[in-house]
Ligand binder design. Structure first.
Ligand SMILES: C[S@@+](CC[C@H](N)C(=O)[O-])C[C@H]1O[C@@H](n2cnc3c(N)ncnc32)[C@H](O)[C@@H]1O
Length: 289
């Protein structure tokens, strides 16, 4: 992080660098610069600024082979990203490593960020051997594979995007010799998949997609074996990080009350800021039978 900050400062000067240095992620051998317009709606840097920064990253960080500018989150009907290749190899596929597991990812086709690194491990450590987990929004399967690498658990790993599903299958294959448990990739809409084949089977449900988590909460409840834990990821507006967790807990509690279920909030944390006054927060809710 410090090196990225220094390079950005030297190439762009302190004022422009401030808008961008904290928005550079390195995924495998690809550096991703997220345009501030994704969170702020405007971008004070020109394409030429980004290209100069990209060339400097390639020159000074030997393991970076390709640099891209991301101009939108993974979204829309096809769940693709708007991105511009800035420098280095014009390649969007890489191998990304986390917690001793390897993932094949295409940065244009699936959501992947090293900023979920801690959260992937936190959840894996909450899982016990023998659990059945449903991951409703699995992406390239990071939560699912990391859980199954650490625990003798069965993870049903759902994603609606055929690209994410393909990458998830590749990741299961890549980690085959490391898996203690099982990952079962499923292509489809999480609500339909739960209704048709995963009712009443899970001890734990992951909902790592803030856009749909509250709407799909009834299906997470349906997936549980009566009682169990649901990890609900939502975006909440808050002035300060310290307020965000409480706000998220209130929102999830109201929704569970609406759905008529007994529950207690066991934990949660601010996962990351996603805008000037917007936070991604996870709420861990234990639901009764
Ligand atoms: C934020 S990403 C998941 C990130 C991933 N869990 C990780 O740890 O990197 C959200 C995923 O939800 C998927 N998705 C969106 N709508 C869905 C739906 N209705 N059913 C299942 N998956 C869906 C998207 O294709 C995307 O891959």
């Amino acid at each position: 992080m410090r090196l990225l900050r220094r390079i950005a400062g030297e190439v762009l000067g302190p004022v422009k660098a401030r808008h961008v240095w904290g928005r550079i992620d390195v995924v495998g051998d690809i550096a991703l610069i997220k345009s501030p317009s994704i969170a702020w709606g405007s971008d004070p840097l020109s394409i030429e600024d980004y290209k100069r920064l990209a060339r400097a990253l390639l020159e000074r960080i030997p393991y970076i082979r390709s640099v891209w500018l991301l101009r939108s989150p993974v979204s829309g009907e096809k769940l693709l990203r708007e991105a511009l290749h800035l420098a280095g190899e014009a390649r969007s596929v890489t191998i990304y490593k986390e917690h001793g597991c390897e993932f094949e990812v295409d940065i244009l086709k699936v959501f992947v960020t090293p900023r979920l690194n801690y959260e992937h491990r936190r959840i894996a450590e909450l899982v016990s051997d023998g659990e059945v987990v449903v991951n409703m929004f699995a992406g390239a399967g990071l939560f699912s594979v990391i859980i199954a690498c650490r625990r003798r658990a069965t993870v049903y790993s759902i994603d609606i995007s055929p690209d994410a599903y393909e990458l998830m299958m590749r990741s299961v294959e890549l980690n085959r010799n490391r898996l203690k448990g099982r990952v079962i990739p499923i292509l489809g809409d999480a609500a339909r998949v739960v209704e048709s084949r995963l009712r009443g089977i899970a001890n734990r449900v992951l909902m790592p997609y803030p856009r749909l988590a509250l709407e799909y909460l009834p299906y997470a409840l349906e997936a549980l074996q009566g009682s169990g834990v649901i990890h609900v990821y939502i975006h909440v507006p808050a002035k300060r990080r310290s307020e965000a967790r409480r706000a998220a807990s209130t929102v999830v509690s109201r929704r569970l009350e609406e759905l008529g279920r007994s529950f207690s909030i066991k934990g949660g944390r601010v996962v990351r800021p996603v805008g000037p006054t917007l936070y991604q927060v996870v709420v861990d809710a234990e639901v009764g039978g």
